[in-house]
Ligand binder design. Structure first.
Ligand SMILES: [Zn+2]
Ligand SMILES: [Zn+2]
Length: 148
């Protein structure tokens, strides 16, 4: 998802600060990489972009940011963990998951489709006396590369 980088950094710094944590260079670099990637990224993908980062510090920073709910793991179709900034920072969106190569891309639907989805879910959950507070929606299929 495209997000305004400066405001994301500002929000993240504020969130960390509130918890008495520092927005270290390593954490900032990781948030930058995720913003640049623009869709869920695996550790190998992140390391490929910054070969000089050590794997251990990347894992540590990922764990810290995940614990702070600044980033989260995206479940895909394979065992590769992929990370993205949470919707609080990059906005509500959905995922296109390729069932062949495991690639995940982001997509958004129109506001009226979002409303229709929410309406349908509220209806469907009513019988279970379940209060809907949000939704996730993944589309499964083949990415453009795999379809060729
Ligand atoms: Zn694919
Ligand atoms: Zn939605």
């Amino acid at each position: 998802m495209k997000a305004h980088d400066d405001s994301v950094h500002h929000q993240v710094a504020q969130r960390l600060h509130e918890s008495g944590l520092k927005y270290t260079a390593g954490r900032r670099q990781l948030v930058d990489l995720l913003l640049q990637h623009g869709r869920p990224a695996s550790v190998p993908e992140l390391l490929k972009k910054r070969p000089r980062l050590t794997q251990s510090s990347m894992y540590r920073n990922l764990a810290d940011l995940e614990q702070m709910e600044i980033i989260h793991k995206v479940s895909g179709n394979d065992d590769h963990a992929r990370y993205e900034l949470t919707e609080e920072f990059i906005g509500h969106h959905h995922h296109l998951i390729c069932v062949r190569c495991g690639d995940i891309d982001d997509f958004v639907v129109t506001a009226s489709t979002e409303r229709a989805l929410d309406g349908a879910l509220v209806q469907a959950a009513r019988a279970a006396k379940f209060t809907v507070s949000g939704h996730r929606l993944d589309a499964l299929g083949l990415c453009a590369r795999c379809k060729r």
